[in-house]
Design a protein around this ligand. Structure first.
Ligand code: ADP
Ligand code: NI
Length: 215
């Protein structure tokens, strides 16, 4: 298969697996991240095939989604081998998806420009109007309140606390989302993150003013 055909086939395979997923990692998240990664990748002059295949696969090894991340990784490798992806590109793809997760600020440093592009695309989908919607959807799914003024914002936290500690949708903006604009890797990513950041600040300002009964 040529690269275009491999991408189409990967897309169909991923779509089938994520169709009934509502925790914020649904197929449309993957689609947006893949389109964004391709667009940024073209600006940054990187291997857009690897960028796209890594974007398509990036959440399939997440411990929030699969019970056994190790066997999920092996499945991806097997799929790429069967599709005829060259072994060096398989290694690169696996390296990207193994290293891009945020994990409460405990993320790893990235080895390649391609990894930086995919991470920026994934982070951009946590920002802006979509990011706001996903935060409230995730909170509802986990049974977190939209807001609780009594619950302090956590400045630092372990991976365990980030995943399972008590929080709210509004706290998540301070615990993660507002930090992302300064963590972007690429110039294109930085610019887009800045715009989405401003939009979220306006949203939070308005949310808090309505919360406090302002007219
Ligand atoms: P992680 O950064 O831990 O990999 P994800 O990116 O997988 O988290 O999270 C999926 C979506 O849910 C994102 O939009 C993210 O901002 C949101 N989200 C993650 N953790 C929380 C949380 N504790 N409260 C509200 N939203 C969250
Ligand atoms: Ni993602």
């Amino acid at each position: 298969m040529n690269e275009q055909a491999i991408l189409q086939s990967a897309e169909a395979w991923v779509k089938k697996q994520l169709m009934d997923e509502y925790s914020g990692h649904d197929w449309y998240h993957i689609r947006r991240v893949t389109l964004m990664a391709k667009a940024i990748g073209e600006q940054e002059k990187v291997d857009v095939f690897v960028v796209q295949i890594a974007a398509l696969f990036h959440d399939l090894i997440d411990d929030k989604l699969v019970d056994d991340p190790e066997s999920a990784k092996q499945q991806l490798i097997d799929w790429m081998e069967a599709a005829g992806v060259p072994s060096q590109k398989i290694d690169h793809t696996m390296d990207i998806i193994n290293t891009i997760s945020f994990k409460g600020g405990h993320g790893q440093s990235l080895a390649t420009r391609e990894a930086m592009v995919v991470q920026d695309a994934d982070r951009l989908d946590a920002l802006g109007a979509i990011g706001i919607a996903r935060t409230f959807a995730y909170s509802g799914n986990k049974g977190q309140p939209i807001y609780d003024p009594e619950l302090p914002i956590r400045e630092t936290m372990t991976v365990e606390e980030y995943r399972h500690g008590k929080s709210t949708a509004i706290n998540h903006f301070y615990e993660k989302l507002f930090k992302l604009k300064d963590l972007m890797n690429t110039e294109t990513g930085k610019q887009l993150a800045k715009e989405r950041h401003v939009f979220m600040e306006q949203f939070i300002e308005r949310f808090l003013s309505e919360w406090n009964g302002d007219m």
